[in-house]
Design a protein around this ligand. Structure first.
Ligand code: PLP
Length: 502
């Protein structure tokens, strides 16, 4: 598509949006509604709902009518919308997903893995990947992502780490990786695809943050173009679908397409919201028509912000030139990570100031960074306002002592990943109990424990708790770091699997 758009040969079909067209056709027909939804095309809608959704939106918010097709056996407008999305992204198949990328990832794993299958997965995978492993009954082999102490953020999994895992686990069925990371860092996915395919393993990708990559040559290649067998993309995160609207893309003959379709059907509602589905179709249309121009502008604006930030004393923002170490091969330039370490502020404190003093909201903050997303929607006006706010923040907080930030980033080598004593699915269904945290060594954890940074779990459900993990966690707590994950935030106790007593 990059090439097609460059050559100006955009397929005329891409200029259509079959789902909204079918919705309009049904509403325009004027049939009197004796069917769901109960608001009857807006007739009974509460004024508050009417305020949120236009009269036209409510008139068209129907489903299950013959011309609106069936998400579970698409033959008409949904089939066409899926074909157009697949063509735009260079995939063989695209599935419309209405439960976000969480739903797409669940379908991807349930559609490709069987109970007991070994899957290589980053230790800091998003909870939706672990959820998919629970649903599929797969067994994870955890891969430690690279952590960059200079920036204080986790990077991708290096190809060398995948190669070692393949050697240790030649029985693995697949790797399920995150690409790009939340901070926009990409690993060398093409090299990883090559390694996995040479061993008959699948490459499944959580590409929640990559739905826009295909529309700019200045950005890293998207997962499917690197050889991934399947990729789950959040159309709603960085493109124009409504929240929850995502796509599952597949390519090649290594996976069983019918099983993927069955899994997508198994895990989705029989009453998908028509507005949501239309918004995925429209987001695809928008990218087909204007993707290159708009994503290109986002890249330019983000670079402008990055340059300005690097000229402000106390602030810094890394660019593609910094991607030189293992687990870093490229950068999604539209993600602007701003370190506030030089101001002596934590990222969390800076987020609060920006939100309440400057009315600017970042995507996330961590111990020393703020992450700003510049999307296809932004213009110079928003970029300039962001730069102004950051300039003023730096001016008013110049010369901070930095004690808190320094303490939060205190670097300690992570302890080894504990043995997986119990598959996440068995751990999910097992009976649990609480034991004193300091006496938990040898028991099987039933909850996750981590700190930000590095945002990599030290304990995860199914892990055999080690003394090294306990020591590390206690040392971090003594340094004043906040534990994330467990029900007891002080960690007086840990939830573990109940032991069978004979
Ligand atoms: C890396 C990653 N994967 C998956 C997801 C899940 O996506 P969704 O919220 O669309 O279900 C997220 C959401 O934040 C994410 O950051």
């Amino acid at each position: 598509m990059k090439e097609q758009q460059e050559a100006g040969t955009l397929d005329a079909r891409q200029r259509r949006a079959p789902i909204p067209e079918a919705m309009r056709a049904y509403a325009g027909d004027g049939a009197l509604a004796f069917h769901t939804p109960g608001h009857k095309q807006g007739l009974g809608a509460h004024p508050l709902l009417r305020r949120l959704i236009t009269a036209e939106g409510l008139r068209e918010e129907v489903s299950l009518m013959e011309e609106l097709d069936d998400l579970h056996e698409p033959t008409m407008c949904i089939k066409e919308a899926e074909e157009l999305a697949a063509a735009l992204y260079g995939a063989d198949h695209a599935y419309l997903m209405v439960n976000g990328t969480t739903g797409a990832i669940h379908a991807m794993l349930v559609g490709t893995l069987a109970p007991g299958d070994v899957v290589l997965v980053p230790r800091n995978a998003h909870r939706s990947l672990i959820g998919g492993i629970v649903l599929a009954g797969a067994v994870p082999v955890y891969l430690q992502p690279e952590f960059d102490a200079a920036y204080g953020i986790p990077m991708g999994v290096a190809p060398e780490t995948v190669a070692r895992a393949i050697e240790a686990h030649p029985e693995a069925r697949a790797a399920a990786l995150v690409y790009p990371t939340y901070y926009g860092v990409t690993t060398d996915l093409a090299a990883i695809a090559h390694l996995l395919h040479a061993h008959d393993m699948l490459l499944l990708v959580d590409e929640a943050h990559g739905a826009h990559l295909r529309f700019s040559g200045a950005l890293p290649p998207q997962a499917i173009d690197c050889g991934a067998d399947a990729a789950a993309q959040s159309t709603h995160k960085l493109l124009g679908a409504m929240t929850q609207g995502s796509l599952l893309l597949t390519r090649g003959a290594r996976l069983d397409e019918e099983r993927v379709r069955e899994a997508a059907s198994l895990l989705q509602t029989t009453s998908p919201n028509q507005l949501l589905m239309a918004s995925i179709d429209i987001a695809r249309l928008q990218m087909a028509e204007e993707g290159r121009a708009r994503v290109g502008r986002a890249v330019r604006l983000a670079q402008m912000v990055r340059r300005a930030v690097n000229g402000i004393p106390g602030l810094a923002s890394f660019g593609a030139e910094a991607m030189t170490r293992p687990g870093m091969s490229g950068l999604d330039l539209t993600k602007v990570t701003v370190s506030v370490r030089g101001l002596g502020l934590t990222g969390v404190a800076a987020e609060q100031i920006l939100r309440h003093t400057y009315r600017v909201q970042c995507e996330l903050s961590d111990a020393e960074n703020l992450l700003f997303i510049i999307s296809y929607a932004d213009t110079e006006r928003e970029a300039e306002r962001l730069i102004e706010a950051l300039r003023d923040l730096a001016r008013t907080h110049a010369g901070g002592a930095g004690g808190e930030a320094q303490e939060m980033r205190e670097a300690r080598a992570l302890p080894p990943v504990p043995e997986t004593a119990c598959a996440p699915r068995a751990a999910f269904f097992a009976a649990k109990e609480r034991v004193p945290f300091d006496a938990a060594a040898g028991r099987i954890a039933a909850e996750q424990v981590m700190f930000y940074p590095p945002g990599v779990p030290l304990l995860a459900p199914g892990d055999r708790v080690t003394a090294a993990a306990i020591d590390y966690i206690r040392a971090m707590q003594r340094a004043g770091r906040k534990v994330v994950g467990p029900e007891d935030p002080q960690l007086r106790t840990l939830k573990v699997l109940r032991e069978e007593r004979s």
